[in-house]
Design a protein around this ligand. Structure first.
Ligand SMILES: C[S@@+](CC[C@H](N)C(=O)[O-])C[C@H]1O[C@@H](n2cnc3c(N)ncnc32)[C@H](O)[C@@H]1O
Length: 240
């Protein structure tokens, strides 16, 4: 499969060339780049490790994976079960000349078969809440070196409800970064809603409207109770 990226004038659409056919998609990542400031803030709270070995759990198309590569001189492995997203990440890895230290692996967290104690750092942005917590905590503990760190960016509600499970599997919370209240609503979903409206009215037919339906449902869900989606980074150390 051949994949190429081009951005339209507004930066909200991306064009992929998939086996000769041009496909237009909404570029959601372009609306999220400001959130990387919090990724950097959380990373800065970790003890410095030379050339850390980092696992990005559920890396998707790799916006955070590439940020981790920029923040460290380490080796980063992004894993995900979404092959299409990984194809996009692979294009970025190549374009950024990062093939020697960033790798996209098409594997579930539970099926990586990486040896015990492989990673210094495991990074999660929005993936672990989708998975069984005990099973994830046990597997991440196995994959991390003693004294390794797990950083999770999830809703505060989810983090508070699930922290105990991570403690049961040998983790202790060392620090946190709390994102401003309703940030997702004001800085992601509101512009996203505006972009979708613009696309529908100013560039009809530019994107597959069917694909926008779940996104519109998501926007309505967040709009009903934006505070419920307030997020934080919890920084956990493996102590047992
Ligand atoms: C909300 S997205 C977050 C993507 C990325 N971390 C980011 O911040 O852009 C959650 C990702 O988790 C992936 N995922 C779901 N189950 C997974 C599993 N068992 N192992 C690895 N990744 C998984 C999904 O395919 C999706 O790409």
């Amino acid at each position: 499969m051949k994949l190429e990226y081009h951005h339209d004038l507004f930066g909200h659409l991306e064009l992929h060339q998939v086996t000769g056919k041009i496909i237009k998609e909404l570029n959601q990542e372009s609306l999220r780049t400001g959130f990387l400031a919090f990724t950097r803030k959380a990373f800065a709270l970790l003890p410095g490790i030379d050339n850390p070995h980092i696992l990005d759990i559920g890396c998707g198309s790799g916006m955070v994976t590439l940020e981790l590569a920029a923040l460290s001189q380490g080796r980063i492995i992004g894993i995900d079960i979404d092959k299409q997203a990984l194809d996009k990440l692979n294009v970025k890895i190549k374009n950024h000349g990062l093939s020697d230290r960033v790798q996209a692996v098409h594997k579930s967290l539970f099926k990586t078969r990486f040896p015990d104690d492989t990673f210094d750092l495991a990074w999660d942005e929005g993936t672990l809440h989708l998975l069984a917590t005990g099973k994830s905590a046990r597997e991440i503990n196995r994959l991390l070196k003693p004294g390794g760190f797990l950083v999770m960016n999830e809703t505060i509600d989810w983090l508070n409800r699930h922290l105990k499970k991570f403690e049961q599997y040998g983790f202790i919370r060392r620090d946190q970064v709390v994102l401003p209240e309703k940030l997702w609503w004001t800085h992601y979903y509101t512009p996203l809603q505006k972009t979708i409206l613009e696309l529908e009215h100013q560039q009809p037919g530019s994107v597959d409207l069917k694909k926008l339906k779940p996104l519109k449902r998501e926007i309505e869900m967040v709009k009903r109770d934006p505070g419920k989606f307030d997020c934080a980074f919890f920084i956990l150390e493996k102590i047992g």
